[in-house]
Each structure stands twice: as C-alpha cells, then as structure tokens.
Design a protein around this ligand. Structure first.
Ligand SMILES: [Zn+2]
Length: 197
C-alpha cells in the first residue's frame, strides 16, 4: 500500500457520565486516561496508513466530525445507553465495555466500576477504551472488511488487562480504518455536566 498523504486531526471525544469517587474516578484519573490514549493513538496516527497528521483528545464538548470517535464513560453497565435507550446488546457484550451501531450513530461505552481495584486502573480504562474504539471504527461499522476484531492479538483480543500490549497489528489495522466515516452517537454528550464536579 502506498503511503497516504497525511493531513488534519483525528479527535477522540471522551464523555464523562460517571460520578466521581475518592479512590478511582476524578479529574486526575481522567487526565491520566487521556494521556494513555494519546500515547496509543499517536502510534496509530504516525502509521503510514493513517490519513491524519495529528491526534487530539478532549473531555470537553464540541462539533464531532464524521471521522471522529466518541467514547462514553459510565459507572456501570446498568447505566448503559445501549441497553436503556436502544434495548440492544452491544457488539462485544462485556461487563467493562460495549459498542453498538444505534439508529442515532455508533455508540461506544466503557463501564468503570468493573475495573475498580486494578493496580493500574487508568491504564486499564484507557486500554479498554481503545478496544471499544477498535469496535467503533472497524467491526461494528457497516461495510467493514473485518467481521470480528477479536480474532486479532493485543488490544483487539476479547479479554485484555492493564499489561496487554498495543501490537503492531493493532496499530496497522486501526490506522487503515481511522479515516472511515462512522457517524457517532452524539445526542447523549449534552448530559455530560450532569455528574461533573
Ligand atoms: Zn470486544
């Protein structure tokens, strides 16, 4: 494959819908999760197949582009927008995250409480968020050539831990799919201030 001419920015929108708690979830953890995600996505954006020049993440709200990804952080699966609003089962129905192509756009969720107690909590949350981003851009999207990301290694695997590596295959697969237009579910972004502290 010929190298793509890189331009523009890939933005990852992180939406906090979880209440803070003393030991795990707060502004410090959110900052750390964002930084871990930046470390991973900068490798993806730097790959020769990525059409983007730069990566940006934000916990703020704004105008989501067709190539961007939105990830919702919820306290638990009981708060799932996928289950509550759409009465649906996500692509990967796990206790710590889910992604579902809803009528209102692609919807990725991370369930925080399931990961509490992990000694590298923010790193695990970031890795899980990256896994859901892979579902979001790759196998949950219409017209994908990858039927199931779980056949892959590293962060594509169905079960991941804080020590699971972002592999070269993960980077290459994500880079090749990063430019796809996958309309995101943005309706619930406006609820972000509900629990913010
Ligand atoms: Zn999965």
């Amino acid at each position: 494959m010929a190298d793509v001419k890189k331009s523009g920015v890939f933005t990852l929108w992180l939406v906090n819908l979880a209440p803070g708690n003393e030991f795990y979830w707060g502004e410090g953890t959110m900052w750390s999760v964002g930084n871990h995600l930046r470390d991973m996505f900068q490798k993806v954006v730097s790959h020769k197949s990525s059409p983007f020049e730069r990566f940006h993440y934000t916990w703020e709200r704004g105008v989501v582009q067709q190539t961007d990804v939105v990830v919702y952080f919820l306290a638990s699966q009981a708060d799932s927008i996928i289950k509550e609003k759409y009465k649906a089962v996500p692509k990967h129905n796990s206790g710590s995250g889910g992604t579902f192509p809803s009528a209102g756009g692609m919807l990725s969720e991370v369930y925080l409480r399931a990961m509490e107690g992990d000694f590298a909590y923010s790193r695990l949350v970031a890795k899980l968020a990256f896994h859901e981003c892979m579902h979001n851009k790759i196998d949950a999207a219409a017209g994908s050539t990858t039927a199931d990301i779980h056949t892959g290694d590293g962060l594509a695997a169905a079960t991941i831990s804080n020590g699971t590596d972002l592999t070269d295959a993960n980077i290459s697969l994500m880079a090749a799919n990063l430019g796809r237009n996958v309309i995101q579910h943005t309706e619930t972004m406006s609820a972000q201030t509900k629990y913010f502290f």
